[in-house]
Design a protein around this ligand. Structure first.
Ligand code: ATP
Ligand code: MG
Length: 210
């Protein structure tokens, strides 16, 4: 019987370089013989993409925002991520639950434990096998996103919001250090891709995959 696949997530603030490197990770996994499903949050399903539109563009109460994020995530996990993993595929998601802690809890101010209750309710003990955290100073990330248009309502937030996002990710990393690999995303694209390569090769060896 096929082994179930593994679940890998990319996290980090807006402009950290997640989308720029998602294909790098996919190619490494494919080269090791895996079938890879690439997806993203918020979104990843037809319903989730509709919720994404609302979440990125409509202003709303912060708890509404957190609940909609987890509603979209529930749909994503149940209809896409878990079936793919069960079929032996590897799943690569551009953002997942850590983003809710970074954005809705740390940056917007929802109580951390309350967010954990919501996570527990929606996901139980389901979590990524590996999370690549693209880490860089908020000022560098904001500089990068300011060069592109149009900005969504998260990107439009001030520098201190993005600093709190960064700190939220650090807190999540402290809570599950073995799950995280930190990428120094302040470096140039080539150097970041090299770090991604090194980290993935090491993890695949640990898993007995490569
Ligand atoms: N290491 C890098 N050095 C310089 N520019 C970069 C680097 N990585 C990405 N960029 C550029 O920064 C911008 C943001 O990158 P990208 O879209 O990959 O970030 P992201 O983490 O996916 O952001 P978002 O969360 O907003 O989707 C892009 O214009 C990209 O080309
Ligand atoms: Mg992106």
């Amino acid at each position: 019987m096929r082994q179930p696949g593994r679940f890998v997530t990319l996290e980090g603030m807006d402009g950290a370089g997640k989308s720029s490197h998602v294909m790098t990770v996919a190619r490494i996994l494919e080269a090791s013989g895996q079938t890879v499903l690439i997806t993203r949050e918020p979104g990843g399903t037809p319903l989730g993409e509709k919720l994404r539109e609302l979440l990125l563009n409509e202003s709303m109460d912060i708890e509404t925002e957190a609940l909609l994020m987890f509603a979209a995530r529930r749909e994503h996990v149940a209809s896409r991520i878990q079936p793919a993993l069960a079929a032996g595929q590897w799943v690569l998601s551009d953002r997942f639950a850590d983003a809710s802690f970074a954005y809705q809890a740390s940056a917007r101010g929802i109580d951390w434990q309350r967010m954990r209750s919501l996570e527990n309710w929606v996901l139980g003990d389901f979590a990524p096998d590996l999370t690549l955290l693209f880490d860089l100073p908020a000022s560098t990330a904001v500089e990068r996103t300011s060069r592109r248009a149009p900005e969504d309502r998260f990107e439009k937030e001030a520098l201190d919001f993005h600093e709190r996002v960064r700190q939220g990710y650090w807190r999540r990393r402290e809570e599950s250090p073995a799950r995280f690999e930190t990428i120094d995303a302040s470096q140039g694209i080539e150097a970041v891709a090299q770090q991604v390569n090194d980290v993935m090769s090491r993890r695949l060896r640990q898993w007995g995959v490569a």
